[in-house]
Design a protein around this ligand. Structure first.
Ligand SMILES: *Cc1c(COP(=O)(O)O)cnc(C)c1O
Length: 412
């Protein structure tokens, strides 16, 4: 395996060895350490091939059949294919596949449905709301009046009674559900009911679980939300990018919110790669993958709890786990550093109780590598050994190298 493919790697090596070394160094890092960052995955060589294709040269402002630029006949076919595959995969009436990222998709959803100054009810940032859900450092917090709901301090579960009360009191124009760290299924039907009660739009920011939805391993927000935003690069395993799904009634507003309101030219190489990923995600093999991602996460969570970590909500329904390592004598920030030195790469995150930092990890990437529940048990035990200081990080680094050698992300 080379950077994307041998020919391009050779060209790059000859022309710019400095950059080629960086890319190969990163490939080596990804292949010899454990990727437990919950938002990451390994795209297929086919997706990488589309990303590294001549479509990267093409300007295509507008939509298929209505472009500003000439010469769009081939990329129009690519975008139509991506849209049709996304609609079929998720059972949606309309799909927009142009958003450059998950954040851009959320911006477009707000642009389609809201005006500056509108009130929006979303999961508070300390509980796993995304930056685009009202952070003062983000456009969302500056341009809208965000009210945050929370999770129950004991159970870690979304406090739906509080959502209803806040919705009644603040009469938001939109309710947002979706999180960067919530490990459980979201009750989209209940959110819909609350939104209807107060006459609000429902926006589902399903960036994390959309790959599980594609594989039938998590409930779909599509039948309930007015607009669904997602990334294509998390569990869904496509290129870095965003997408929007909605009913036919909102199709035109959503399309205009993406282009021309918040974006210019579409990235056609990425859109082609999204089409490849949607094709992959509609296969029986991907459904098997999605279910294995969840089985691995459940096993990992159970073993982390057995090893002494406090697992938020007591487990997971998804690919994602958050846990407090405090009983092992470290906080999340310290733990992340020690684990990184041992070749175990993950994030630290806020926890529903108190100010201490916890750990956030996910099983999408390791499952793509073919790891199963036996490896998850080893992983939890090893992580606990590292955090307890019972082993040298260099020794674990070698064990991780041996394990990843048996499960290469890009065999051959
Ligand atoms: C990942 C994520 C995003 C943003 O995606 P980017 O591609 O990083 O902009 C938005 N919302 C949620 C809930 C996410 O998990």
């Amino acid at each position: 395996m080379s950077v994307t493919h041998t020919l391009e790697a050779d060209v790059l090596r000859r022309q710019d060895p400095q950059l080629a070394d960086i890319l190969l160094g990163e490939l080596d890092r990804q292949s010899t350490t454990l990727q437990l960052v919950a938002a990451e995955n390994f795209t297929s060589p086919a997706v990488l091939a589309a990303l590294g294709s001549s479509l990267a040269n093409k300007y295509a402002e507008g939509y298929p059949g209505a472009r500003y630029h000439g010469g769009c006949e081939m990329v129009d076919v690519a975008e139509r294919l991506a849209v049709e595959r996304a609609k079929a995969l998720f059972g949606a009436e309309h799909a927009n596949v142009q958003s450059h990222s998950g954040s851009s998709a959320v911006l477009a959803a707000y642009a389609a449905l809201l005006r500056p100054g509108d009130t929006v009810l979303a999961l508070g940032l300390p509980y796993g709301g995304h930056l685009t859900h009202g952070s003062p450092a983000n456009f969302s917090g500056r341009w809208f009046d965000f009210v945050g709901y929370g999770v129950d301090a004991e159970t870690g579960l979304i406090d739906y009674d509080q959502v209803r009360t806040l919705a009644r009191n603040h009469r938001p124009k939109a309710l947002v559900c979706g999180s960067i760290a919530y490990p459980r299924h979201i009750d989209y039907a209940l959110f819909r009911e609350i939104a209807d009660e107060v006459g609000a739009y429902l926006i589902a920011d399903a960036a994390h679980p959309m790959g599980l939805v594609a594989g039938g391993a998590a409930p779909s927000p599509v039948p309930y939300a007015d607009v669904v935003c997602a990334t294509t690069h998390k569990v869904l395993r496509g290129p870095r990018g965003g997408m929007l799904l909605c009913g036919s009634d909102l199709a035109e507003r959503v399309d205009r919110a993406v282009f021309p309101f918040t974006q210019g030219g579409a990235q056609m190489h990425t859109i082609a790669a999204k089409a490849v990923a949607f094709g992959e995600a509609s296969t029986p093999a991907f459904a098997v993958y999605a279910h294995q991602v969840v089985a691995n996460a459940r096993t990992l969570a159970a073993h982390l709890a057995a090893a002494g970590l406090v697992v938020t909500t007591g487990g997971t329904d998804t690919h994602l786990i958050t846990a407090d390592p405090a009983p092992l004598g470290v906080d999340g920030r310290e733990a992340r550093g020690r684990l990184a030195a041992a070749g175990i790469v993950l994030d630290c995150c806020a926890l529903p109780h108190g100010d201490a930092r916890g750990l956030r990890l996910g099983t999408a990437a390791v499952t793509t590598q073919g790891m199963g529940e036996e490896e998850m048990a080893w992983l939890a035990a090893t992580l606990a050994r590292v955090l307890r200081g019972e082993t040298e990080s260099q020794k674990v680094r070698e064990e991780v190298r041996e394990l990843t050698g048996r499960f290469p992300p890009y065999p051959g």
